[in-house]
Ligand binder design. Structure first.
Ligand SMILES: *Cc1c(COP(=O)(O)O)cnc(C)c1O
Length: 400
């Protein structure tokens, strides 16, 4: 009976929806903390966390409480009017970041879209025509809108959509010389993820981000950090760039900001304020009282309920445990990451491992075909991590 229902959902999806996603053949119906359940009642420990979204876990009581209260009070009125939750969230973001001003939207792609528009407009107002190019990184990921896929340095994201938006150049991540060579009078900004998430949890080498900051400052370029995936506490600090002692001029956020409610934010320094004056950019839904009310509670909780400490501690433990597996299994090439975004690079495809984990009741992710990626909720505990590591050990033991 239940099997029939589950097949039903998958069949219906196949009939009525675009097949844009190659999904796993399970239908999830319930979540609680770091666990989710499928239609057949099978339980999974979730190390994907909605792709680094559910920082406070599933069915967070905090989120539920704000959702309930705010949905009875005011859900949406448009940005023709002021609403308090939006302003409270903007203030909290500014008070806890390098930034001075915030623009709200609905997704990571939209936040990056706003950043790209702001950079171009600022450059035009400040330097006149011709300074519109943005240098981005190979293997980056910035979203799926036309502008953000044009900014993305991965062929598989761009293919079939020509002509793309003009004005993006690509250099290798961790290559300061390449970056320097790519900069000329046509460039207005450098855009990158402090740690490349979709690119395979690629971390910056010592001095890379500092070097990028120096180049940008010396040449009068804006530095844009896409923290859509690694922001909001994922690395054990509120924003990933805090680990490197530098600040960008513009930063984008989304994923964990609403713990599952759709919200994006673009944050920038005061000097960019005038480039985004009245009428320059807008969105109908961006920053509704409902979503910003939830995001304010999420941000406060990440800041004040000890989740950053937990993230650092659990991340350290998790990496140590995975490194022990690396000692044991030569097909593990590298374990890398910061806080609770961890990549384990294999010398072979990761899909069979992901499938075997699912069979054993663990959701994990694989990116770039060979990098197992772990992004559990920040509330994860040691027992949950060690049970995954035990499962991986058994699976790896069976595959060699
Ligand atoms: C997920 C992601 C995006 C796109 O966010 P959407 O909400 O899917 O539009 C952009 N940049 C990075 C680094 C991401 O991880």
């Amino acid at each position: 009976m239940t099997r029939k229902t589950q097949g039903g959902t998958i069949q219906l999806a196949d009939t009525y929806m675009f097949r844009t996603y190659s999904r796993f053949p399970i239908t999830l119906v319930k979540g609680q903390g770091c666990r989710v359940w499928d239609e057949e009642g099978k339980e999974y420990l979730d190390f994907v966390g909605g792709i680094a979204v559910c920082a406070l876990g599933h069915s967070s009581p905090l989120v539920g409480e704000v959702l309930e209260r705010q949905s009875r009070e005011l859900v949406h009125v448009s940005n023709l009017y002021y609403t308090r939750p939006q302003v409270d969230l903007a203030r909290l973001l500014v008070e806890n970041s390098f930034g001075d001003r915030v623009f709200f939207c609905n997704s990571g792609a939209e936040a990056n879209e706003a950043a790209i528009k702001l950079a171009r407009r600022y450059a035009r107002e400040r330097h006149g025509e011709g300074r519109h190019n943005i240098v981005s990184m190979k293997d980056s990921f910035h979203g799926r809108t036309m502008a953000t896929l044009s900014a993305t340095g991965q062929e598989k994201v761009r293919t079939g959509y020509d002509p793309l938006l003009q004005g993006f150049k690509f250099v290798s991540f961790n290559d300061l010389e390449g970056l320097e060579n790519a900069i000329d009078d046509s460039v207005c900004a450098v855009m990158l993820e402090p740690i490349q998430g979709e690119g395979g949890v690629v971390c910056p080498k010592n001095g890379f981000l500092g070097g990028v900051r120096e180049i940008c400052s010396a040449k009068g370029l804006l530095l844009i950090f896409d923290e859509v995936q690694v922001g909001m506490g994922r690395t054990g600090k509120l924003f990933a760039h805090e680990h490197y002692g530098i600040t960008p001029d513009i930063m984008t956020l989304a994923k964990a900001l609403g713990n599952g409610l759709p919200i994006g934010a673009m944050i920038a320094k005061e000097e960019l304020s005038d480039a985004f004056g009245p009428g320059s950019h807008a969105t109908t839904f961006g920053g509704t009282p409902l979503v910003t009310g939830v995001a304010t509670a999420v941000l406060s909780s990440i800041l004040h309920d000890g989740w950053l400490d937990n993230c650092r501690e659990m991340g350290r433990y998790f990496r140590e445990e995975l490194l022990k597996l690396k000692e044991k299994y030569p097909f593990i090439k590298e374990v890398r990451g910061l806080g609770l975004i961890i990549g384990m690079e294999l010398d072979r495809p990761g899909k069979p491992i992901v499938d075997a984990c699912m069979e054993k009741g663990f959701l994990i992710n694989c990116t770039q075909e060979r990098v197992l990626r772990f992004m559990p909720p920040l509330i994860i505990g040691k027992g949950e991590i060690s049970s995954l590591v035990r499962a991986l050990d058994e699976i790896f033991g069976g595959t060699t």
